[in-house]
Design a binder for this molecule. Sequence first.
Ligand code: ADP
Length: 665
Amino acid sequence: MAQTHKQQSVPKQLQTAEELFEATFNQAAIAMSIVNLDGSWERVNEVYPKMLGYTRAELLTKTFLDITHPDDRAGDVEIGKKLLAGSIKSYTREKRYLRKDGSVLWGIITATGVYDAKGKLLYVVATVQDITERKQYETDLTYQKALFQAQNDATPDAILVVSPEGKMLYYNQSFIDIWHMPQKIIDSKDDKAALKHAMSQVVDPEAFIKRVEYLYQYPDEISHEEMTLKDGRVVERYGVPVRGTDDSYFGWTWYFRDITRRKQAEAELKQQSELTKIITDNATTGLLIMDDQQRCTFMNPAAEEITGFTFEEVLASDKPLHDIVHHKRPDGSTYPMMECPIDRALPTQNQTKGEDVFVKPDGSMYPVAFTASPIVRGSKPIGTVIELRDTTHEKAVEREIKQLNRDLEERVDVRTQELTAANKELARSNVELQDFAYVASHDLQEPLRKIAAFSNLLETDYKDVLPKEAHRYIHGLQKSSARMRTLISDLLTYSRVTTQAQPFEVVDLNVIIKDVVEDLQVRIDDTNAEVHVDELCTLEGDPLQLRLLLQNFISNALKYSREGVPPVIYVTGKQTKEHCTVGVQDNGIGFNEAYVDKIFTIFQRLHGRNEYEGTGIGLAICKKIVDRHNGSIKVISTEGKGSTFTVTLPKKQPVQVLPSQGDVV
Ligand code: ADP
């Protein structure tokens, strides 16, 4: 019965199994299919088309390969062949499918071959699980890992992650570089070994390790220290615990950064700002800085001293600097900031300089000199530097100097007036003197002539009566009166240079010199002299005086000749546009140049009267003539060789006011 029952129940069981399979197949949460050897579907469950976005009917028109991503088709064909050949009975692989909308679906397929008794593959049963999401997650994770690695490799910061068990979980290249970590330690991943290696390099290993041990023990803290290495580097260490999202403790992350250069720069900056402070503190010029709102952001002590405001007061008032120290004009009226050159420096981006008047806290005003220089970073105007000088003292000194100058000018004026009066007086007495000299010499001529006439009469009329001795006296008398005549005549000539001056006219010196040479011809012949005359120029002058001038020079040149050496005289002429120069050069006895000034003084002679006749008036006359013609006289001379007298006269004379000649001619 039981057997019967069993036999009878088989089909029922089978049917039940079939139904069971059907139910399982269709209701499975994952896609299931039975695929024929040609790739067509024997059966697909409901999940399958849904998974790919098809209806069952649509999917059934496609083959297994149709829904496979082109890049994975070859792999499917390959593995299918193995199933067919029976070398494998099943496989699991990840592959890509194409959804109806063209998007990619990652699936994990488990395929099992169903074979007949002879081992012939009948069909393949496959389940496919959609793993697109997991794949995406994996891709993201890989990307994030790569990014993390790239970032860590790119950063100069050294990174080390240590597990709670003391295993180095992660480190980057900078960690190896900064600590010169040997490969052996890196490979061992032993944090203790790494710590030991690092300790050997720091100046204070005790502090270094103590802190690490403490932090490992109390992983809630964050650490941030600086340490100096034996090689001089300064390293900054930053340590943070690594915690999961659920706050579980994963280990410890250390960051190390070489801050040697930053430290140096900081030290330099500190030094520089100290230096700047010393300079600004000790500067006697007031230095102020304004921001772009014209508010004061810096004042040195000199600026506080000058303005009378402390920097704190200026800051506290929170007003533009102008409103604090510069709000009034010298006349007391309001000074709008817009018109202030100091405040204009920034908007115009031009340095401004000038003098102005500032206001003290007590309202009093004081003069200042300022320079306002805009500070521009890039093209952005950010502030103004003001240099300030209190010019109260300078102004006082300036005023004093001006007053002194005025006083001086007044005194000069008074003195000039005095001098002018004295000059007038001098000129008047000079004229008087000259008149006197003229009158005296003129009037002396008469008695002199009489003395000469009487002594002549005495000699002729009493020739035989007078003793021999008396004749010698008379002769002496005659000689003296003759010399006196010459003296008086020369003196008259001297005073006539001014008293009987003739108006200037155009004079040709060539004509004058010709006359002079002719006049002196007898003496020239007597002395066997040679006179060479250059071409001379024409100028404005008094012809009689110019004639006298040249005559004196040439007669002196003839007179002061050397014994036995006939005089050779050169009269040279030179001219410029405005001047005329005449030189008279001789080969005579010459004189010591130390006495140059002496020879132009009246009655001054360098040679005795016994040697050379003369009155010592000739060159004084020359000097007077040259002075009257606004010219100059120069002489060079060598004793025993000769002299050269050079006269330079202007070609044109200013309009002359001739002195009154009075009635004494
Ligand atoms: P004087 O010839 O009547 O003595 P000057 O006034 O002409 O007076 O000359 C003044 C002095 O200058 C002369 O006594 C002489 O000593 C010196 N002197 C002038 N001309 C010459 C010359 N050409 N050579 C040397 N000495 C001269």
